[in-house]
Ligand binder design. Structure first.
Ligand code: F0G
Length: 457
């Protein structure tokens, strides 16, 4: 008999979670204005809101926490972190920040000015926020095939090189850098191929533009390269990462994802001019350049987390859990962005709630239905998150409309995944009865999804 696959770790510490009743959830959700970000976590049974900072740290990480150096300047923890980052990425300059968007804030404050354009593959919402709040434009050059959720492509997160080149040809003077998000979160946790990174780099260099990686899930991206791209099957994850980063001039990192910590981020680069400018902004916004908003113990845990998550077994355990949930949804016929991504399943809400018009936000409606069904919190990656066009102020209905089920690292078992799949199946079975969605009663001028207030129609 073939021995089945099992996790590459065992559990040493647990945290109780609570079930609730449908009646209680109705009340809580109403109080939260039908926005799941406004729910207290105690009112959630299985929390798939995000995989960001919600994972479990290893015993090695916790022991590293105990020996953090809390010196204000020149802490050994900083140098440990910097050496690990340099070994994995090849970048020699490192600036810590308290999370990913802080890295964006520090670096973009130096690089982006009003009227600029930043071409990329489905910029993440905070990234887009940091571009648009500077009155610049995020130009989406993701391959068109990514929009067809039922199409199986190994590297659906890729950039369309022709679109990128068009953008560079017509706007070269307005483009401070080209941005590649690995993996491509917004289009479904989809990976970018090594070939595509190489081509992006080549085109960018033709126009003398630097390439920046938004590298929150770079290790998951490397796993997909190893398992899907010809020529990489015998390389280690660390070797693949080194090659990936050789096609970039720098990176912003949310360490809350692939560095497996609860809080943290950094900028890393080989460009001295980026480093020199960013140092100044780091001191203003984050803190001194050898801690940047992190304590010494955080930097120690980050270094160990990065090292652990650039090993094949850890990544395989994680990505196979996402695939396990996908397989259940396949059994039930529930449509999602195919193939399953690295950190989440993105349910195609428009294909599920076909009677809910786009103006009533089907993905948010599905998010609400899943919470009501079993206390499972996913999140909308769709029209509410897409925000309004900065110029016309119209809702941006052009993109994809997903309920994202993000799976925290090393946190839930496949039994939890069974519960999630069963709850979603129940919602799916009664989908024809869901004909109305929600309307917005209050929204913030930018990044509205975190605080939006909704009413059920
Ligand atoms: N870039 C990407 C691709 C991300 O997914 C995120 C965060 C960030 C940047 C910002 O990092 O949260 O540390 O400030 N994504 C989380 C998510 C929040 O749920 O996908 P941060």
């Amino acid at each position: 008999m073939e021995i089945p696959f099992a996790e590459s770790w065992k559990i040493k510490m647990v945290e109780p979670i609570q079930k609730s009743t449908h009646t209680a959830r109705e009340k809580w959700l109403k109080e939260a204005h039908y926005n799941v970000f406004q729910l207290e976590s105690q009112k959630v049974y299985i929390d798939l809101l995000t995989d960001s900072g919600t994972g479990a740290m290893s015993d090695r990480q916790w022991s590293a926490m105990m020996v953090g150096d809390e010196s204000y300047a020149g802490a050994t923890s900083f140098f440990k972190m910097k050496e690990t980052i340099a070994a994995i990425t090849g970048f020699k300059y490192v600036i810590p920040t308290h999370q990913g968007r802080a890295a964006e804030n520090v670096l973009f404050s130096c690089l982006i000015k009003e009227g600029d354009m930043v071409p990329g593959n489905s910029h993440f919402d905070t990234t887009k926020g940091h571009i648009e709040s500077r009155k610049a434009f995020a130009v989406d050059c993701t391959i068109a095939e990514a929009r067809n959720t039922q199409l199986e492509l190994p590297f659906k997160g890729n950039m369309d090189i022709k679109l990128l080149e068009d953008c560079l040809t017509h706007n070269a003077d307005k483009i401070p850098f080209v941005l590649v998000t690995i993996t491509n979160n917004t289009c479904g946790g989809q990976p970018v191929s090594m070939q595509n990174m190489k081509e992006v780099h080549k085109v960018a260099k033709k126009y003398k533009k630097p390439v920046l990686f938004d590298a929150a899930r770079f290790a998951e991206n490397a796993y997909f390269i190893k398992t899907r791209e010809k020529g990489y099957e015998n390389k280690t994850i660390k070797e693949i990462c080194k090659e990936m980063f050789s096609y970039a001039d720098g990176m912003t990192m949310s360490a809350k994802k692939d560095a497996q910590v609860n809080m943290g981020g950094f900028i890393a680069t080989n460009l001295e001019e980026w480093y020199e400018q960013a140092k100044v902004k780091c001191i203003i916004f984050e803190g001194y350049i050898t801690y940047g908003g992190l304590s010494g113990r955080d930097m120690n845990a980050l270094a160990v987390g990065l090292d652990e998550n650039t090993e094949f077994e850890n990544l395989e355990t994680r990505i196979k859990q996402v695939a396990y949930l996908a397989q259940k949804l396949d059994e039930y016929g529930i449509p999602y962005q195919r193939p399953a991504g690295g950190h989440a399943i993105f349910v195609d809400a428009q294909k599920v709630l076909t009677h809910v018009p786009k103006e009533e936000f089907p993905a948010q409606t599905l998010t609400i239905e899943l919470y009501l069904e079993a206390g499972i919190r996913g999140c909308e990656i769709g029209y509410i998150l897409a925000d309004r066009d900065p110029i016309t102020r119209e809702n941006r209905f052009g993109g994809m409309e997903f309920l994202r089920l993000a799976i925290p690292r090393r946190t839930y078992t496949n039994n939890h995944m069974d519960v999630v799949a069963a709850a979603l199946k129940n919602v799916y079975d009664r989908r024809e009865k869901v004909t109305r969605g929600v309307k917005i009663v209050w929204e913030a001028p930018i990044m509205r999804h975190f605080t939006v207030k909704l009413e059920r129609l």
